[in-house]
Design a protein around this ligand. Sequence first.
Ligand SMILES: [Fe+2]
Length: 299
Amino acid sequence: LYPEITMIKIAKIGHATFETADLGRQLAYYTEVLGLAVVEKSARSAVLACPADHTSVVVQQGPQAGCVKLSLELAPSDAGDITSQLTASGIKWSQKSDAQAGIAQTVCVTTPDGLNVDLIQTATPSGARSLTGIAPAKLGHIAFKVQDVQKTVDFYVNVLGFRVSDWMGDFFAFLRCGPDHHTVNLLRGPTPKMHHIAFEADNWDHIRRASDLLSLRDMPIIWGPGRHGIGHNIFIYHRDPDGQIIELYTELDKMSVEELGYFDPQPWHRDKPQVPKVWDPNLPSNVWGPPIPDGFRDG
Ligand SMILES: [Fe+2]
């Protein structure tokens, strides 16, 4: 469907941009409950970060709650080469300068489901660990509902250089751009929108502390704790005050050496070695923990 853009190599996920009708309420959640550090703040927006990210989330005042943009950090490269190859391949793009402090150049593209993706230069991690709230280590992945999964996967793979880690049936794809099993998930659905955003906890004990903290805040865990089959991460999910699904996870599969083609072996794997495959959607999506709640995949 899409020609291969060899110049684009994504080094890591950048950040997600959310609109919210209640900036104050979302900011209170992100700082006091989730425990992200405030990097920049104005009357209409805020930039928030985990220690391992330059920026993890941008929240801006807007009419409708939801994710409006995904930023991805390019491996060091020349933005000029990228844009000329995009043009030669017929991919529409635009460019911004100094859109955000510390980020000089941004090349903007749009996925087939209409999501705006900003390609930004690799940026220095904030190092800022919040002393309140859950305080995850980094933004890990973001899952989207899309109408045409195959076409959108093709865009991420050929244009943005992602690799397919796993499929569930033919309707749910898990894509990686670095060692982490997935950075973007694409789930077939009638309306394009974000399904959930996931932050990495340090370990299983951090998941326990996060669960206790959410309970004290009267924010119910809507699924988990459990260990997924695909990606094998331990997970809990809750909703932010806007109703967006937030995942905290740990022990996600990694493919440390891409050339080996298998995920780093773990004692809980059933396949040895664990290689990318198509998973049977009729089998449970967890190896342990409560089953998926009704309606969860609807978002
Ligand atoms: Fe997830």
